[in-house]
Design a protein around this ligand. Structure first.
Ligand SMILES: NC(=O)c1ccc[n+]([C@@H]2O[C@H](COP(=O)([O-])OP(=O)(O)OC[C@H]3O[C@@H](n4cnc5c(N)ncnc54)[C@H](OP(=O)(O)O)[C@@H]3O)[C@@H](O)[C@H]2O)c1
Length: 251
């Protein structure tokens, strides 16, 4: 199946490693062009050089938490790409419990990052029948770890995405979520948990019927499909990529 991603212009927040990096690689391999950001300049330079071997990629240093520089980067990214067809808000503050700071971080980085990004990108996407895919998590829809900001704020993003899909549908813009379960990659949070919290890692693995955690590329392929013209009539959904870990039934 041809996804129809050739020459699509894709803006991704946070793509120097992990899931965001795999998303950038997948889009480039499909013939799309990509603009991405992250905070660490040396890692942006490394990722940009590596991604350029696959196609047209523009990296930039930007902290999504800072609304002004985030909007500036989005405007520059669209300018460099000559427009935008797809927006992937991928950055997260990550998990953590026991401090009000965790709630502030999740709200400012995950939630406001989603809202500011969607509001800045919608006018561009309305010109191109574009698509937004928010990177959420299975931790938004079932209890996991504990009462942490990460789970609650990602659930809010799922809700926001569904409402946004209803609002932007008449303007030709599709809005979906991809919710990964625990994703394993070197340097990622689950590689760290495997080293430092082996019993928790093993308990989590035991809940995955497919017997392995998704790799970033597994998530990236779901993102590529949902944001592609091949999914032209799919909007307002939350696609779970978790090897069967969630036990809820979707009616
Ligand atoms: N890993 C998992 O198991 C898992 C499971 C479910 C859902 N998810 C979701 O998938 C997404 C990506 O997760 P990941 O594990 O691949 O993350 P990661 O390894 O922490 O990578 C995040 C990327 O975003 C950048 N970044 C982080 N904070 C940023 C900020 N404030 N401004 C700009 N860039 C920032 C990072 O680079 P810098 O540090 O240089 O900024 C990096 O490029 C997140 O939304 C996460 O919640 C992950």
């Amino acid at each position: 199946m041809d996804l129809g991603l050739s020459n699509k212009r894709v803006v991704i927040s946070g793509a120097t490693r992990g899931i965001g990096r795999a998303i950038a690689e997948t889009f480039l391999d499909e013939g799309a062009t990509v603009a991405f950001c992250a905070r660490k300049g040396d890692e942006v330079a490394e990722a940009e050089a590596a991604l350029k071997k696959r196609g047209v990629a523009h990296g930039a240093v930007c902290d999504v938490r800072n609304g002004d520089s985030y909007r500036d980067w989005l405007a520059t990214a669209v300018e460099k790409l000559g427009g935008a067809d797809i927006f992937i808000p991928n950055v997260s503050a990550g998990g953590g419990m026991g401090s009000e700071e965790n709630w502030r971080n999740s709200f400012e980085i995950d939630m406001l990052g989603a809202v500011r990004g969607a509001e800045a990108m919608a006018p561009h996407l309305e010109k191109t029948n574009g698509a937004i895919v928010f990177i959420s998590t299975t931790a938004a829809t079932e209890t996991f770890v504990g009462p942490q900001a990460y789970n609650a704020v990602k659930a809010a993003i799922n809700n926001y995405a569904k409402n946004l899909a209803t609002q932007l549908g008449p303007k030709g813009v599709r809005v979906n979520c991809v919710s990964p379960g625990p994703v394993y990659f070197e340097g990622g949070s689950w590689a760290m948990i495997e080293q430092r919290m082996k019993p928790f890692f093993d308990t989590t693995m035991a809940q995955i019927p497919m017997g392995r955690m998704p790799a970033p590329a597994d998530v990236a392929r779901a993102v590529a499909f949902l944001s592609s013209p091949a999914a032209a009539i799919i909007t307002g959904v939350n696609l779970v990529v978790d090897g069967g870990m969630l036990k809820r039934v979707d009616y």
